[in-house]
Structure formats: structure tokens, C-alpha cells
Ligand binder design. Sequence first.
Ligand code: RB5
Length: 142
Amino acid sequence: MIGIGSDHGGYALKQEILGLLKEKGYAYKDFGGYDENAIDYPDIARPVAQAVLDGTCETGIVICGTGIGISITANKIKGIRCALCSDHFSAVATREHNNANMLALGGRNTGPEVAKDIVMAFLTTEFSNDERHIRRINKIED
Ligand code: RB5
């Protein structure tokens, strides 16, 4: 299950990503917002992060205008490693190296096709399980 959520700044891009997830057959839970009315991104980041931490969702995708506010919020929550990505390389690298469990996107700075490519790269790349990366992730958690 993929948890997904956005504020108003990410709403339009979220609709594109929902279409992609449907097309590719991924199960997802949409944590809102459910329209373009203004909402506060921390109110969306928190329940998506919680669902990742409690195992309801294997991963989370959060979207605000820039991806910055919603990723900062998610990363305040212990156990969350939320990667703000605007390119394919970073999406692959953050799964392989950081074992990122959430992806953040910017709805106002990342076009839908680039964002879809990032999402697919993120969802299909496994953690390397390399000892040095595990050591570094453990240091983040400490
Ligand atoms: C909302 O206008 C905007 O501030 C928000 O979507 C995000 O970009 C914050 O980081």
C-alpha cells in the first residue's frame, strides 16, 4: 500500500500521480487534500508518515508546492526518511543509499512527466543493503 497526500500546492500533481498508480496497479490510500482549497502541509505529512511507521503503508508520497515544507515536516518524525526529489538519479540513489521510505515532490516546480518518472524510479528501486549504507542510516536514527 502506498500512502499519498498533498496540500493545495501539490493537489494537481497528486491527481497525475494517482492516475499513474491506478494505471500501474498499485494499491494506495489517499490522505487528502481532496480539492484545491488551501490546507496546511503538516496536517497531511503527519498522517502519511504515521501510516508508513505503523506499517499500514510501505511507502509514502507527499506533495506540496515545492516539496520542501512537506518533506521538512515528514523528516521531523523519527523513523521517516523522506527524500525530496526532482530528478530520476536522486530517486534511484535515495532508495539504494538512504532506504528512503517517503518521497516528496513539488507540484509547482516539477512537471507531471518528470514526476511520474521519479515516482516509478522510487517505487521500483530496492535498497542496496550495503553495510556502509546501513551504518549511515543507523547513524541518522541515533
Ligand atoms: C503553499 O502555498 C506552499 O507554501 C506549500 O505548498 C509549500 O510549497 C511549502 O513548502
